[in-house]
Design a protein around this ligand. Structure first.
Ligand SMILES: Nc1ncnc2c1ncn2[C@@H]1O[C@H](COP(=O)(O)OP(=O)(O)OP(=O)(O)O)[C@@H](O)[C@H]1O
Length: 739
């Protein structure tokens, strides 16, 4: 008897209350083509996932090549190949890149990889298309590529989950020819399918219905089952003129136990005693005009009959035990003493660089990720051009220095003093004279139309009042609809009024020789001299304040979006599931995906800093190395956030929404736009949970104030805590999803 390669005993799997696989047992021998059939949702894929070591059984045991699916899933993954239901390779990589990626994932050394690549290309006939992008292959060729990738490491067992779904009959046949070739080479094939003709091609078949294995055996033996063609009955194929009408008639005939359409023919299970003449008469014709022949059942007949029987048994509350036919597929009696020993590898040369550590596959994933990035111009654009555009647009647009506020003057005095007042207003540079008006209505209208934000009315007696030492009143109307503009205008005119008044007061005091105070040179001076001095940003340029903060926001935006999308996209395409069936380690998977983006993050950071220094003229006063080191910490934190988003979002659209949800408070509450100290207490407390808050403090500290590490300890501590919490949460969630 041939060696057993897959052994399944009492295997069950539940998802909550749903029993997906119920007490299933079977054996598969080496070199067999074992077909598992069953309707949608009957549990076929769940069985495959358990056998591939990616889903833990709820009960029962299973082993593949002698390795227990619970204890040694990684050993199994190294030795099996898996081809999933839908195309789950990388569309933006070429045939060669896909093959090389899988080769490296399985740790094939370079020389071996070249040999194996050639072998699988020869087998699948893909050699001419080696540089074609996988996404541009037709359905049949895609499946060949999937098969080639699944074979690159010479697996002993190949699991194929509905490999021919959605491809044309010719491509289907060609794929089956390849499978026969593999079986002839000694590879064991485990195939699930809906197609009965494919079931006929299998050496052994199992039929699963509503999570239970109903029948198991060789196709030919199954067809002879008494349940399928009970004693005293026969199966006929009837070539009726009008098969549908004929079927309806036959279903009412007592001797007809069952009838169904097979293309243009009627297949009927009838009593042995029911003659062809009677049948022809029941169909309203004669036996000469009605070709009838006795046939043996097809596998479809077998499964349809067994399903009906199982349903009626189930309805009667009876158990439906698995029907097992003698043969290789029959499970052995469980023998505790003789635990199966791992089979010797079928293939000779299984050299591999796999270490069995969790970092296996890191380099392969890293290289693949870099290829994705290279291939996608939109990603490159998003990574390098968008940040520069953002910093330029935001840096210029977010300018809180308000100057040149439009002003109209209604000068009723029109003499030298009033002109001096107007000149002084313009000289503040906060106000810009856009016109003069000569009547009250025009004065009001220029404000109500929004043409001017400030209106200055100088009374007719302005010069006289000054000359006579009386108080001169000047009316200034300010449009308050934009509070920032209004406040600037208000303080500009108030300050100007005060300065002009002090000037006049000084002159008067000088004339009467009554100085309120004198400076050290004996000159007339103000009694109290307050001297404010601006540090770090003496000209109060808003670019200096905003641009370093922008660096932090842009860095978070790009790294967060890229990481979240890179992982969610892979999940959406099904390639992540495909990767889980390979020996790639968890750390290898996570790091392989994150490291490229952290490198990109750092490069991007330097790019944005360059724009900051050379375009906005904001020099970095502090230590650049310290800035880069702390930026690296922030990038790790941002990547962690991306990973977290990828564990929460199932689709790329959802990832986008989650990422925005994170970005909004980062922009509005981090102190980037509005000072945190002005926020209400509850919101202020929330700002401590936003990582970019600390990074903006660090950036402003190093860039503007030459802050050193000691100055930054509180921010570094805050950022480190955020980083730790986010990474722990995201890695824990990500790991759980891998299990
Ligand atoms: N991760 C899961 N969580 C919850 N239910 C699941 C999960 N995976 C599978 N199921 C359920 O288990 C049952 C069996 O699913 P399975 O995918 O194994 O069926 P299948 O026979 O392969 O169907 P198909 O031919 O459509 O692929 C289905 O009802 C399915 O909804």
């Amino acid at each position: 008897m041939s060696e057993t390669v897959i052994r399944v005993e009492g295997l069950s799997r539940t998802f909550g209350d749903l029993v997906a696989v119920d007490d299933v047992s079977f054996d598969v021998r080496r070199g067999a083509i074992f077909g598992l059939l069953g309707p949608n949702g009957s549990g076929k894929s769940t069985i495959i996932r358990m056998l591939c070591g990616v889903l833990e059984p709820t009960a029962g045991d299973a082993s593949v090549l002698g390795f227990d699916v619970r204890k040694d899933p990684e050993e199994i993954k190294r030795r099996i190949g898996y081809m999933s239901q839908k195309f789950s390779l990388y569309s933006d990589l070429s045939v060669r890149e896909n093959l090389d990626f899988y080769g490296r994932i399985y740790g094939l050394p370079d020389k071996r990889l070249v040999e194996r690549r050639k072998a699988v290309l020869d087998l699948t006939g893909l050699g001419d298309r080696i540089d074609q992008l996988a996404g541009t292959l037709s359905g049949g060729w895609k499946q060949r590529l999937a098969l080639a990738c699944a074979l690159i490491h010479e697996p002993d067992v190949l699991f194929l989950d509905e490999p021919t779904a959605g491809i044309d009959p010719v491509a289907r046949r060609q794929l089956w020819d390849l499978l026969f070739e593999l079986a002839a080479q000694g590879v064991t094939l485990f195939v699930t399918t809906h197609y009965m003709d494919e079931a006929e091609r299998c050496t052994d078949v199992g039929y699963i219905f509503m999570s239970k294995l109903l029948v198991l055996g060789r196709g030919e033996d199954l067809k002879k089952l008494p349940d399928v063609t009970p004693e005293g009955t026969k199966r006929l194929e009837i070539d009726a003129q009008n098969p549908s009408a004929g079927l309806t008639k036959l279903l009412h005939v007592p001797q007809v136990r069952d009838a169904t359409l097979f293309g243009e023919m009627i297949h009927a299970l009838v009593d042995q005693s029911y003659t062809h003449e009677q049948l022809a008469a029941d169909l309203g014709t004669t036996v000469e005009k009605l070709p009838i022949r006795e046939i043996s059942p097809t596998l479809e007949d077998v499964f349809v009959t067994l399903t009906k029987n199982a349903e009626s048994r189930r309805n009667n509350g009876e158990a439906a035990p698995t029907i097992r036919l003698k043969g290789e597929s029959e499970p052995r009696e469980k023998d505790e003493a003789s635990e199966p020993t791992p089979s010797p590898p079928l293939h000779r040369d299984r050299k591999s660089t796999l270490t069995g550590r969790s970092t296996d596959g890191l380099l392969a994933i890293f290289a693949k990720e870099m290829s994705h990035i290279r291939r996608q111009p939109s990603t490159l654009f998003f990574m390098f051009v968008v940040p520069v555009m953002q910093i330029l647009i935001f840096g210029y647009a977010i300018d809180i220095q308000i100057e040149n506020i439009p002003m109209v003057v209604y000068d009723l005095d029109g003499r030298q003093d009033s002109q001096r007042l107007i000149d002084s207003l313009v000289n503040t540079r906060k106000l810009k004279l856009i016109g003069r008006v000569y009547d009250e209505e025009s004065f009001q209208r220029s404000l109500s139309s929004g043409r001017a934000k400030v209106g200055v009315r100088i009374p007719p007696n302005y010069s006289d009042s000054l000359a006579q030492g009386r108080q001169a009143q000047v009316q200034v109307l300010i449009d308050g609809s934009d509070s920032q503009v209004a406040t600037t205008a208000q303080s500009a005119v108030a300050l100007l009024g005060l300065n002009l008044s002090i000037g006049r007061a000084k002159n008067t005091a000088s004339e009467v020789q009554r100085a309120p105070a004198r400076d050290q040179w004996g000159e007339l001076a103000l009694p109290i001299d307050v001297r404010p001095r601006m540090l770090y940003n003496p000209d109060l340029e808003s670019a200096r304040f905003f641009v370093p903060g922008l660096v932090g926001i842009i860095l978070q935006l790009v790294t967060l979006f890229l990481t979240a999308f890179a992982i969610v996209r892979e999940r959406e395409l099904g390639t992540l599931e495909q990767l889980f069936v390979t020996p790639v380690g968890r750390a290898g998977l996570v790091l392989g995906k994150l490291v490229p983006y952290s490198i990109i993050g750092l490069v991007e950071m330097l790019l944005v800093l360059t724009v900051m220094v050379y375009v906005f003229g904001v020099p970095i006063r502090g230590n650049l190395l310290l800035l880069v080191a702390l930026s690296a910490l922030f990038i790790v934190c941002s990547l962690g956030l991306g990973l977290l988003v990828s564990t929460l979002a199932k689709t790329q659209v959802a990832a986008m929404q989650f990422a925005f949800l994170i970005m909004l408070p980062s922009v509005l509450l981090s102190g980037f736009m509005f000072p945190r100290s002005e926020m209400p207490l509850p919101i202020y407390l929330v700002t401590f949970a936003i990582p970019v808050t600390y990074f903006i403090e660090i950036l402003r500290g190093i860039v503007l104030r030459d802050a050193d590490f000691i100055d930054l300890i509180p921010s570094v501590a805050g950022l480190s805590i955020c980083c730790l919490v986010i990474l722990t949460a995201s890695i824990a969630r990500f790991r759980k999803q891998l299990d």
